[in-house]
Design a protein around this ligand. Structure first.
Ligand code: HPA
Length: 261
């Protein structure tokens, strides 16, 4: 079920055919700096796409070419804690699919649940836990397979590129909670017992929606902080954004290497 089609979009982007979509998480918006952009459209100009209101998130699609591949970059996203439904949150993914995106790369800022990981590190998402009870497919009878949400092909390619670049890329399971509050120490222990390596408030609805539309998915968590109880420091959103900003350059190198092929 995709309510978007080309007629939906402003003229500036109606004829564009991005093959790869990229969603940027907290503090990662700077990825677009230094890219030669083809067009840029605020979400507000596309009926049906909701605008996130969190500091550190812009709200627009940026179109660019990276390594010869046309890409669309979603700078900022909406979240469950802002009051949107999971279906609404995933509208941007349906829009990107309508423009022809075949592979979607999702990024986020996440808290560390696996104590072997460290702040500033990137984790490629191998699988997820949806702990919100919400789905972007609610309202349909779309019994979509979830046995490989994060496609093995791109996953392997990214791991190889990271190794070649000397980037420290962990792998693990991302747990989606609604937020907006961070977790308690007991919740972090629970998440570890459930098999999570990282925790955050996004990405999963977009991944589910993409797979339902036949779009391949890769996901990356910027591990910005230890989950509650794994360190003595209290958690601040500013710290999350700041760590993301520093880590953005490494992701930029990885994505560019993957896009160049
Ligand atoms: N918990 C949930 N979401 C997050 C965190 C966290 O510790 N850090 C960044 N996003």
């Amino acid at each position: 079920m995709n309510e978007f089609n080309r007629e939906h979009f402003p003229e500036a982007i109606r004829e564009l055919h991005p093959r790869v979509g990229l969603v940027l998480g907290s503090g990662l918006g700077a990825f677009v700096d230094g890219l030669e952009t083809v067009a840029s459209v605020p979400y507000a100009e596309i009926p049906g796409i909701v605008v996130g209101r969190v500091p550190g998130h812009a709200g627009r699609f940026v179109f660019a070419e990276i390594g010869g591949t046309p890409v669309v970059i979603a700078q900022g996203r909406a979240h469950l804690y802002e009051g949107w439904s999971a279906r609404k949150i995933a509208a941007g993914v349906r829009a990107m699919a309508a423009l022809g995106v075949e592979t979607l790369i999702l990024t986020n800022a996440a808290g560390i649940v696996n104590p072997d990981f460290r702040p500033g590190q990137w984790m490629q998402i191998t699988d997820h836990l949806n702990l919100t009870g919400q789905s972007p497919l609610t309202g349909s009878a779309d019994f979509v397979d979830q046995s490989a949400v994060y496609s093995p092909g791109p996953r392997k390619a990214f791991a190889e590129r990271a190794a070649a670049l000397g980037l420290d890329l962990a792998e693990g399971v991302y747990a989606w909670l609604p937020g907006p509050q961070y977790e308690t120490p007991a919740e972090i222990r629970m998440l570890r017992a459930l098999g999570a390596d990282a925790v955050g408030m996004s990405t999963v609805p977009e991944a589910i929606q993409a797979r339902a539309l036949g779009v391949e998915v890769a996901g990356f968590s910027c591990l910005t902080n230890y989950g509650a109880g794994l360190s003595d420091a209290p958690l601040h959103h500013e710290e999350v954004v700041e760590t993301g900003r520093h880590a953005a350059a490494a992701l930029s190198r990885l994505l560019t290497a993957w896009l160049i092929g």
